[in-house]
Design a protein around this ligand. Structure first.
Ligand code: NDP
Ligand code: 8X3
Length: 257
């Protein structure tokens, strides 16, 4: 039986309105941790808070903001009464799958400003406070796209390569402290990710997961919890998680029907 080290800890989750962030918030609450759930869609945050409050005894706070707005990130962190034990940098997106010569600049800006700069802002503000306490854990959601590029994914993959480098560099910067830094890097996960990538085109999004059993958000959340729940002297730097029928960013086996 695994020891539960998460009870009464404070976990800040970015992008908790959907997918991996929401599933992680649910598992953290089930483990008895308290939560600050964030994202742009306030209605969804309030709904999740209500549902967590009905099922678990954890304290849940909401902060609705866009991680691309650095001052909003600062305000969020400064507004917290309790120190953050675990920062789950999950908010992120792919926008478009166009080639380098055709892609839309707005799509590029969205990905770079959210996946890299948003993650950096949250990390900067939270890690400063973690260093003062000499404790804490930063967990970044990376991707197989941080290890490989694929056609149409140059910028999304570039942002996830950046997340890998930021994770490694932050771990180095915090050497000698008790602060842990980790990444969790999945392959295909069935969330709203593809719908967002294809700008709301549900049919295109469904094709990504056709005749293949992708990971679920809960599958990834379980790994996040495992990483967060290690003893204080254990730092998992990264993990790559695939569905069994995926072997690289682009090599997938789809069943016949
Ligand atoms: P979802 O689209 O289901 O969830 C994305 C979350 O990010 C939402 O809660 C969204 O909240 C939040 N978010 C996006 N942009 C912003 C922003 N500017 N400010 C604040 N929050 C934002 O996708 P996933 O759960 O799949 O994605 C979570 C992470 O997992 C991402 O970093 C993604 O790159 C990564 N990933 C996903 C994989 C997949 O196949 N699904 C595989 C590997 C990694 P809101 O819109 O309310 O702001
Ligand atoms: C999401 C996984 O392969 O679509 O990061 O880039 S992939």
């Amino acid at each position: 039986m695994t020891t539960n080290r998460l009870k009464n800890k404070w976990i800040l989750v970015t992008g908790a309105t959907s997918g991996i962030g929401k599933a992680s918030a649910e598992l953290f609450a089930e483990a008895g941790a308290n939560l600050v759930i964030t994202g742009r869609r306030e209605g969804r945050l309030l709904k999740l808070k209500k549902s967590l409050n009905e099922r678990f005894s954890s304290e849940v706070h909401t902060r609705s903001f866009d991680v691309r707005d650095r001052e909003e990130c600062r305000k969020c962190v400064e507004s917290l009464e309790n120190p953050v034990d675990v920062l789950l940098n999950n908010a992120g997106l792919a926008s478009g799958l166009d080639t380098i010569d055709q892609a839309d600049f707005e799509d590029w800006d969205k990905m770079i400003d959210t996946n890299i700069k948003g993650l950096l802002s949250m990390t900067r503000f939270v890690s400063e406070k973690m260093r003062e306490r000499n404790e804490g854990h930063i967990i970044n959601i990376g991707s197989i796209a941080g290890y490989e590029a694929y056609p149409g994914g140059s910028v999304y993959c570039g942002t996830k390569h950046a997340v890998k480098a930021i994770t490694q560099g932050a771990k180095m910067d915090l050497t000698g402290t008790n602060i842990r830094v980790s990444a969790v890097s999945p392959g295909m996960v069935d969330t709203e990710f593809s719908e967002v990538r294809f700008h709301g085109d549900k049919e295109e999004a469904e094709k990504v997961y056709e005749n293949l059993k992708p990971l679920t958000a809960e599958d990834v959340a379980e790994i996040v919890l495992f990483v967060a729940n290690r003893p204080a002297h254990v730092n998992i730097l990264d993990t790559i998680i695939f569905p069994v029928h995926q072997s690289s960013a682009t090599l997938v086996h789809r069943s016949e029907e």
